[in-house]
Design a protein around this ligand. Structure first.
Ligand SMILES: Cc1cc2nc3c(=O)[nH]c(=O)nc-3n(C[C@H](O)[C@H](O)[C@H](O)COP(=O)(O)OP(=O)(O)OC[C@H]3O[C@@H](n4cnc5c(N)ncnc54)[C@H](O)[C@@H]3O)c2cc1C
Length: 600
């Protein structure tokens, strides 16, 4: 039997029982859809994941992209999967009907992407990047850009990328130096270098379309002088033929994991013949790019949770097969060894994995539903969804990324020595999952974004909206006797978050920015634990509702498993908030003022 890597039952529980997304069709943009179409789409995604993606997981890891004469040769499945993604409408799934899309809700495509990434993370990235890049052109590009580039991208024949990072400008995009010299108001000559560009060059497509940040000559310094360009690898000449656009790939990086996708070093305009087409207005590039970056941050969280999901099912299967040791209460050597799933410590690790995977996916789908609610016709609904999506995006990126590593590590531990060896998938999954706290803004940068911008912005409006949402869950949960102790714990956790936030706001108010942001990463961790506790409470409520409903017979083992995992999370993970709060409320600057020469 093929290895299980994700649970469609869990996805459907989250979509329909927790988030009730069947009612999204009340929003006119989604009115053509129903639970039937959502079921069909997610079932098809599972089939593609099992049949097309998962069989190549290990093979793509063992045969990474190969750099040859400025070209990057990738696994043949990449071309086939890009074509399938184009023909099946996966790349354009969220786009409007009139531009060839299917107007599917983001929560549905995110669920599908979760399945793709759980089956084969590297492969899943190619169409997803293309979709994000095309979406950017769709939102801000001229008709010329839309007509010239989007059809090739939606069909899967052309790859899309995001080209931001430069050797001297990683976290700090304010420092990019790639130059754009105007030829006319829409066309520029591009010159510069970009590093680490995912899928920036490969032979699985016929062309590559870079969404690139550059600085127009004499633009203001810093982020206010950054513009966005479409820079194709091949551009159309006057006869409409595709010719080289002076974009050179000078090499690929050799990475720890996620080896099936090439990460490239690109040189633009070495022969002064690289043309870039301006997107939108000059100097507004970073604000446009934030659309793609915010979506990509949710996708990174999704990828991390997905890899952790594959690890969970692999270690669960192993723990049911591997016989080792005996119960502490029955050590007689004459008795048969038990399956390791019988040991409390192994059950603890499995519960940890399950709680991280399903809690993370829940938060990601919560954010995806907020994303869909941006299409609501009600101004208030839209405003609230926007505030919450903005606030929770750094958490939905970081919690799965950081905790996903620990979760896969626990899975590897369950396999003992075999977990460390490449005959079992854990060894690869452990390497694959490590990228997520790094790309799309490191954890440190997400912490600064959350505390420095999101939490206190608009006089704390987003934070108030978050408190309101969690408050609703607390009230609901308290009406179920089984959940009451957990709604009480949730209330305490939320209060702690409020106290810590006020304290940090007072430091910001005193004009001490270094002290204010010194432990932003810890604040992010604390907020992550509160947010995931909330998501587990929501899942507990949905499971209790299903068990007590007089309608369709519920899957009672599934619901009990949900409630039990919720209890695990509150008893083993939520309590970590106490230590983090204690640290964040302390008045000392152990890190800020430690002199560099004390590091010996
Ligand atoms: C596999 C992979 C794929 C990638 N794909 C793409 C892609 O498709 N497109 C693209 O444009 N880029 C891509 N990147 C680049 C990625 O986004 C950057 O690596 C990342 O933003 C960090 O930049 P850096 O590597 O220069 O690290 P640095 O910015 O040098 O950061 C190093 C360390 O310092 C910390 N740090 C930096 N500044 C601060 C600060 N102000 N306050 C506190 N701490 C700070 C960081 O948190 C980090 O821990 C990819 C990278 C990898 C490894």
């Amino acid at each position: 039997m093929a290895q299980k890597f994700a649970s469609l039952q869990n996805i459907h529980f989250l979509l329909y029982d927790v988030f009730k997304v069947q009612s999204l069709n009340e929003i006119p943009y989604f009115e053509e859809h129903s639970r039937e179409t959502f079921d069909l789409v997610t079932q098809t995604a599972l089939r593609i994941s099992s049949e097309t993606l998962h069989p190549h997981l290990s093979e793509m890891d063992k045969n990474p992209p190969c750099y040859q004469n400025s070209e990057v040769l990738v696994h043949p499945m990449v071309r086939a999967f890009m074509k399938e993604s184009g023909a099946g409408g996966w790349i354009s799934a969220n786009a409007p009907f009139d531009s060839g899309g299917q107007q599917l809700p983001f929560c549905i495509t995110t669920s599908c992407y979760f399945l793709f990434a759980a089956a084969n993370y590297s492969a899943s990235v190619y169409p997803l990047l293309t979709s994000g890049a095309a979406h950017l052109i769709e939102s801000f590009g001229s008709d010329f850009l839309k007509e010239t580039f989007i059809p090739g991208m939606y069909s899967g024949e052309w790859q899309g990328t995001m080209a931001l990072t430069e050797p001297q400008a990683g976290s700090s995009l304010a420092d990019i130096t790639t130059r754009a010299v105007p030829i006319d108001s829409q066309t520029y000559r591009i010159k510069g270098q970009k590093v680490f560009i995912s899928a920036g060059e490969h032979n699985g497509v016929d062309n590559i379309v870079h969404l690139l940040l550059a600085r127009i000559e004499n633009a203001p310094a810093g982020t206010k002088g950054i513009s966005l360009f479409v820079v194709p690898k091949r551009r159309h000449d006057s006869r409409g033929d595709l010719v080289s656009n002076d974009v050179l790939c000078s090499g690929v990086y050799h990475k720890l994991g996620y080896k099936g996708a090439p990460i490239t070093h690109l040189i633009f305009g070495d022969n002064d013949d690289c043309i870039g087409y301006l997107v939108g207005e000059p100097n507004k590039g970073l604000s446009y790019m934030f659309q793609m970056m915010n979506e990509a941050r949710l996708e990174v969280g999704t990828g991390a949770a997905a890899i952790a999901s594959a690890a969970y099912y692999a270690s669960l299967e192993y723990s049911r097969q591997r016989a080792q040791g005996r119960h502490v209460s029955c050590k007689a050597p004459s008795t048969a060894p038990v399956q390791i799933i019988e040991h409390a410590d192994v059950k603890r690790m499995l519960l940890f994995q399950k709680a991280i995977v399903e809690g993370s996916l829940s938060l990601i789908l919560q954010c995806s539903v907020y994303h869909d609610r941006l299409r609501s016709e009600s101004h208030d609904d839209k405003k609230k969804a926007g505030l919450l999506l903005d606030l929770l995006t750094p958490i939905a990126k970081t919690f799965p990324s950081e905790m996903g590593i620990l979760s896969v590590s626990a899975g590897l531990q369950i396999l003992g020595g075999y977990g460390y060896c490449d005959e079992f998938p854990l060894e690869q999954l452990y390497r694959d999952v490590r990228i997520h706290p790094i790309h799309e803004g490191t954890t440190g940068i997400q912490g600064i974004d959350l505390l420095g911008r999101k939490v206190l912005g608009e006089n704390g409006a987003a934070m108030m909206a978050f408190m309101g949402e969690v408050g609703i869950a607390i009230n609901k949960a308290s009406s179920y006797s089984e959940l009451k102790p957990y709604s009480d714990r949730m209330k305490l956790a939320l209060e702690k978050l409020g106290v810590v936030t006020m304290k940090l706001a007072s430091i910001a108010g005193k004009g001490q920015p270094e002290q204010f942001l010194a432990d932003a990463t810890l604040y992010l961790e604390l907020f992550g634990l509160v947010a995931i506790s909330w998501q587990w409470l929501l899942q507990g409520i949905a499971a209790c509702e299903a068990l007590s409903s007089s309608g369709q017979e519920p899957d009672s083992i599934f619901c009990q498993s949900k409630i039990h995992t919720m209890k695990y999370f509150f008893h083993y993970e939520t309590g970590k908030i106490d230590h983090l709060s204690e640290r964040l409320l302390e008045d000392n600057d152990i890190t800020v003022n430690v002199p560099g020469d004390l590091f010996i």
